[in-house]
Design a protein around this ligand. Structure first.
Ligand code: HEM
Length: 221
């Protein structure tokens, strides 16, 4: 079973399939546009659609590490970069829909919006946090920065996801169910990481304090 899963995960076709699946939300949006099916307020529809898919891709990307560890499938790492880049792709579409459709490139109006509306301020912060992650997602940048620095920088995805959730929570006017569902998901994924980190530290300090030959009295008891 594990062997079969691993061979699926290493196949280049799996990557192609995942890539195509990630394009489905864009395809559906384009299809809806072509059919004239973007509701009575198409600008709002496009903003909501792309915003929703941004937060979903951020959450899917954050699921990769816990799934790798819990299912003991290290090869899942092969998809993390692609999924993260799709989160960035959808946030770019989201941002562009705001720039082009909502404000028609009016810089002054956009800047006022960023400063005045707190949900735009925090959404914009999320976007800015994702920018360096997309730029440094290549193997060349990992080499240039060094694994440790690169990993540290890429922790910004946690703050981008938190910013995305706050952005959504602040923009809804009445029903908070969906932003709260996303908040729970992001919260659980971050709590898992903190738990895993504490567990790892305990394990390491346990190994360090153990005498090299004799087992400890606690162990003997
Ligand atoms: C990490 C970055 C971001 C995430 C995760 C995100 C996510 C979302 C989500 C989930 C929604 C609501 C979708 C729905 O109602 O179904 C939304 C709406 C929206 N977002 Fe973002 N967003 C981000 C960044 C931005 C940025 C940079 C801007 C513009 C500067 C922006 C502008 C908007 C606007 C104008 C709406 C619609 C507000 C309304 O209906 O009144 N977002 N976003």
């Amino acid at each position: 079973m594990k062997r079969a899963l691993n061979s699926i995960l290493t196949s280049k076709w799996t990557k192609v399939v995942v890539f195509l699946v990630c394009l489905v939300p864009l395809g559906v949006l384009l299809w809806k546009g072509y059919q004239g099916d973007l509701t009575a307020n198409p600008i709002e529809f496009v903003e909501h659609w792309t915003g929703d898919w941004t937060i979903r891709f951020l959450i899917i990307t954050l699921c990769i590490t816990p799934l790798r560890k819990m299912l003991r499938l290290p090869l899942l790492i092969r998809f993390r970069r692609m999924l993260g880049l799709f989160a960035f792709f959808y946030v770019c579409l989201h941002f562009l829909s705001w720039v082009v459709l909502d404000h028609f490139f009016n810089l002054h109006e956009m800047w006022t919006d960023v400063l005045k509306r707190r949900y735009i301020t925090v959404g914009f912060t999320g976007f800015v946090l994702l920018l360096p992650l997309a730029i440094t997602s290549t193997a060349g940048w990992i080499r240039r920065l060094g694994g440790k620095q690169w990993q540290l920088l890429h922790r910004a995805i946690y703050f981008a996801a938190i910013a995305g959730v706050i952005h959504y929570y602040w923009l809804v006017k009445s029903d908070e169910t969906k932003p709260l569902q996303y908040a729970w998901m992001v919260g659980i994924l971050l709590a898992w990481r903190i738990g895993y980190w504490i567990y790892g530290r305990r394990q390491r300090s346990g190994v360090r304090t153990l005498p090299s030959k004799e087992p400890s009295t606690a162990e003997m008891a």
